[in-house]
Write a protein that binds this ligand. Structure first.
Ligand code: ASP
Length: 328
């Protein structure tokens, strides 16, 4: 029996042969896909991906657009005041301010993002408004906040929870106001989906690294770092230490690797290995990637143990443990 992977490879070979040899620079390589595509499909990072996928699935299973699915999916996570890594319930910066980063991309290659945004419940929807209502891709800080208000978003009254205040005081005492890079203090939601039409979109939203320096922006709102979608190929998203992901343009790298014939799993593994090759302290932090191609094949890979993801397909939504690089 021909596996999907073999099918893609064989098809790519056949196309190259028909076109008269290997693809040449400057010519787009013909991408061919299985007729047996798994769709609709949605996957997202971490355990909070389960309720997020449920919301996304409602859109997808009723024939809705992947873009609406990835927005409505992560809005569930943003609205959860108990979530300490996404939305206004998130871990603050070292001065006690919760600052939010988010990005979104549609099947046409349009992109929008916000960074260093405060007091807004749904940064992902502000990112979508940037994409759809402005000629820009990214708005930050006070400007992003003003834009949100002008576009009907309300300032949220949500404040730091008493538990978070205690944690912040404790952190300040123990860490002497110095941001620490470790395997904790982060857990973005990144989501990638393909709808029944075969269109792919992605989203990513986070309160970023806990106790960061005020003004720090991670990978999540940077198109191509925390998330990337290309309707010819598929989509990818990231979680973990944003600085490490930005340095390799992680999600864009994965999509380009898939474009050049890697499976989603191979592409995620290569991106993690790229971090390990270039960043000698890679064992001290965590990064996890998810990828989806246009066949509905998926990939997941992390630096260390503990990364998991939620996958909803064929009406089932389940949590899976990701494979990882550092096994000792
Ligand atoms: N990637 C996010 C950041 O660096 C953190 C996370 O994944 O939780 O801001």
């Amino acid at each position: 029996m021909t596996s999907r992977r073999d099918f893609i490879k064989k098809s790519a070979f056949a196309s190259a042969f028909v076109l008269g040899g290997l693809p040449k620079f400057g010519k787009a390589k013909a991408l061919t896909y299985s007729t047996n595509v798994r769709k609709p499909i949605v996957l997202s990072t971490w355990g909070h991906g389960i309720p997020a996928n449920d919301a996304a699935w409602k859109v997808l299973s009723s024939g809705g657009r992947a873009l609406d699915a990835v927005e409505q999916g992560v809005m569930v996570t943003e609205a959860d005041p108990k979530n300490t890594s996404v939305g206004l319930g998130g871990t603050p910066d070292r001065d006690g301010h919760v600052t939010l980063d988010a990005s979104i991309m549609d099947e046409k290659g349009n992109a929008g993002s916000v960074a260093f945004l405060e007091h807004i419940l749904h940064p992902i929807s502000v990112a979508r408004a940037v994409m759809e209502k402005t000629p820009h891709v990214m708005l930050v800080g006070e400007g992003a906040y003003q834009f949100a208000l002008e576009n009907g978003f309300k300032r949220s009254a949500q404040e730091m929870s008493p538990e978070m205040k205690v944690a912040w005081e404790k952190w300040k005492t123990e860490n002497h106001y110095q941001p620490v890079i470790d395997k904790n203090n982060h857990d973005t939601i990144g989501m990638v989906a393909m709808d029944a039409n075969g269109d792919v979109s992605g989203s990513c939203t986070t309160s970023g690294l806990g106790w960061k320096i005020r003004g720090r922006v991670g990978d999540s709102p940077i198109i191509g770092a925390g998330m990337y979608a290309d309707n010819e190929v598929g989509a990818a998203c990231a979680t973990g230490l944003g600085e490490a992901v930005i340095k390799i343009c992680g999600s864009h790298l994965i999509v380009e690797l898939m474009r050049n014939g890697k499976t989603p799993q191979e592409a995620c593994e290569e991106a993690v290995k790229r971090i390990a090759k270039k960043q000698s302290n890679y064992k001290t932090f965590q990064v996890g990637f998810l990828a989806l191609n246009k066949n509905g094949d998926i990939g997941a890979y992390a630096i260390g143990k503990g990364f998991n993801y939620a996958l909803a397909v064929n009406g089932e939504n389940k949590l899976f443990d990701s494979d990882y690089l550092v096994k000792e």
